[in-house]
Write a protein that binds this ligand. Structure first.
Ligand code: A3P
Length: 336
């Protein structure tokens, strides 16, 4: 049975003092900052991580072997990872998990949060983990994984092999607001929420999980320009605007385009509807369920609005983020 065809149990997150000794030794050598939700963020290869995330990065760099047929879904946190996981899983597995009878609610998405259907590379243990066994995927057209890793830190095989990378990015201001809410959900009650101002100051300095946000986006943008057959670069807002177009684009990029017959029976629209915010956010599993880490599934479905930043950011904050976008993306022709 293929892992892409079934749910699996995502791992629990480790506390900072529970990471391996090797990891602790390395962490002690890295630049460190106060974290948004956990005590510290550590800088490795130019990007910021929680201690357990760093352990995951090391393991994945050491052990993950990409295969030519693999697909990696990549994002900076809060840019639409959950949605992309749902879409890619549904597109890739549409022959084994038909959506034509979705009124029967048999599709795995009705019972599983998308994070239970697509494993996240750096959150997994890579040692003796059956989800990485090639045999686990024997009946699947492609192995499907997700990651928040920046391009510089991707395992070598992911860059050197012909595996496909799909990157989703999002408007800087909406990403920040989404991240601020999400990290406040992860903070222990006794700490109370992080203030918007404090989080904003850190985000602008690049100090946020898998940040600096701008470097993360820009590196994949450049790769997508140099190797368009390898890296597909998507924008959350454009997908919201025309999801059907992007579902087709994804299927083509994955090498499994929709047949005329499928188009005729409106499979594209059915996938879009199944994976829509409106549908997924109202499902019991996403309203009441939790990941084993304790994170509630509903935290991945806050509102999904484009332009929600307008409800939070002061004119000065907007100006600062606009200025940073301009500075960081200058000459790249990338606009966020
Ligand atoms: P908001 O916090 O602005 O609501 P990620 O999946 O990378 O953690 O990103 C989470 C953001 O994507 C959240 O944004 C969430 O509401 C939104 N989202 C989740 N599922 C979605 C879907 N099916 N369609 C569109 N947006 C979705």
């Amino acid at each position: 049975m293929s892992i892409s065809h079934q749910s699996y149990t995502p791992p629990k997150y480790l506390q900072e003092d529970e990471v391996s000794q090797e990891c602790k030794d390395l962490l002690s050598t890295l630049p460190k900052e106060k974290g948004w939700a956990e005590p510290h963020l550590y800088n490795y290869q130019g990007f910021w991580y929680l201690a357990w995330q760093f352990q995951g990065v090391l393991e994945c760099q050491k052990y993950f072997q990409a295969q030519d047929t693999d697909i990696l879904l990549i994002s900076s946190p809060k840019c639409g990872t959950t949605w992309l996981k749902a879409l890619a899983f549904t597109i890739i597995n549409r022959n084994s998990h038909s959506i034509s009878n979705d009124h029967e609610q048999k599709h795995p998405l009705f019972y599983n949060n998308p994070h239970k259907l697509v494993p996240h590379l750096e959150l997994e243990s890579h040692i003796n983990n059956p989800i990485f066994e090639p045999s686990s995927f024997s009946s699947s057209p492609s192995r499907l994984f997700a990651t928040h890793l920046p391009y510089i830190s991707l395992p070598k095989s992911a860059k050197a092999s012909s595996c496909k990378l799909v990157y989703i990015c999002r408007d800087t201001k909406d990403t920040f607001i989404s991240l601020w809410h999400f990290m406040n959900n992860l903070r222990s009650n006794h700490l109370g929420p992080n203030s918007l101002e404090e989080a904003f100051e850190m985000f602008c300095r690049g100090v946020s999980i898998f940040g600096p946000f701008w470097d993360h986006v820009l590196d994949y943008w450049k790769e997508s320009k140099e190797r368009p057959n390898k890296v597909l670069f998507l924008k959350y807002e454009e997908m919201r605007e025309d999801p059907n177009f992007h579902v087709k684009r994804l299927a083509e990029f994955f090498g499994v385009p929709f047949s005329l017959e499928e188009e005729g029976s409106r499979v594209v629209e059915k996938i879009t509807n199944l994976c829509s915010f409106e549908n997924l956010s109202k499902l019991v599993v996403n309203k009441d369920g939790k990941l084993p880490s304790g994170v509630e599934n509903k935290t991945f479905f806050r509102g999904g609005e484009v332009g929600d930043w307008k409800n939070y950011l002061s004119p000065e904050m907007v100006e600062q983020l606009n200025r940073l976008n301009e500075e960081k993306f200058r000459g790249s022709r990338l606009e966020l």
